[in-house]
Design a protein around this ligand. Structure first.
Ligand code: S3P
Length: 174
């Protein structure tokens, strides 16, 4: 089965969907931010604040590479990327080279912002104020649109329902 790579803006629900896909498909899943945290020995927000975004992006690419080549602590069939990962060409190429099925969780900005604020400002250093975050959301859409599968997320939709859509539209039924 092809590895499923989930992308989309902060708060789109990538981690929750990765977990639901893991349960549904009976496979391992990784959240790339968790992998980075494990390797760096500090949280992603701390890494961005203390070492800077460029350093974090390099760690992110290294983590993606190890997830795609099964060098992560264990192989995982589903990988949830951080919201900025897919915007870099080198990361998109890596996913393509490994024949990953890229999926865009396209949630409205209102829904993402609601979740971002509910999680608290400390957890996402790159989403600190409404206007700048909305601009980032708009700027990134052209990159997210380069995925193989686009999943429009309705606020009431459960992760389990979304997982079924990914499985049927991605022809992943076992
Ligand atoms: C980021 C998204 C975060 C995390 C980091 C940067 C981004 O992940 O990787 O704070 O640039 O969009 P989530 O999308 O899981 O919040």
């Amino acid at each position: 089965m092809r590895r499923i790579i989930l992308t989309g803006f902060m708060g789109a629900g990538k981690t929750t969907l990765a977990q639901a896909l893991g349960v549904r498909l009976g496979c391992n899943w990784w959240d790339l931010d968790d992998l980075i945290t494990e390797r760096a020995g500090r949280s992603v927000p701390a890494l961005i604040r203390e070492a800077g975004e460029t350093y974090f992006r390099e760690a992110e690419t290294v983590a993606l590479q190890s997830a795609l080549t099964n060098l992560a602590p264990s192989a995982a069939q589903v990988v949830a990327l951080g919201g900025g990962c897919w915007t870099l060409e080198r990361n998109r190429l890596l996913v393509q080279q490994h024949n990953g099925l890229s999926v865009w969780l396209d949630a409205s900005f209102a829904l993402c912002w609601e979740r971002i604020t509910a999680d608290g400002a400390a957890s996402r250093p790159l989403a600190q104020d409404y206007a700048a975050t909305k601009k980032l959301y708009e700027l990134r859409r052209e990159f997210y649109a380069q995925t193989e599968l686009r999943l429009t997320v309705a606020p009431a939709q459960t992760a389990e329902e979304l997982a079924e859509i990914v499985i049927s539209q991605g022809n992943l039924d076992l």
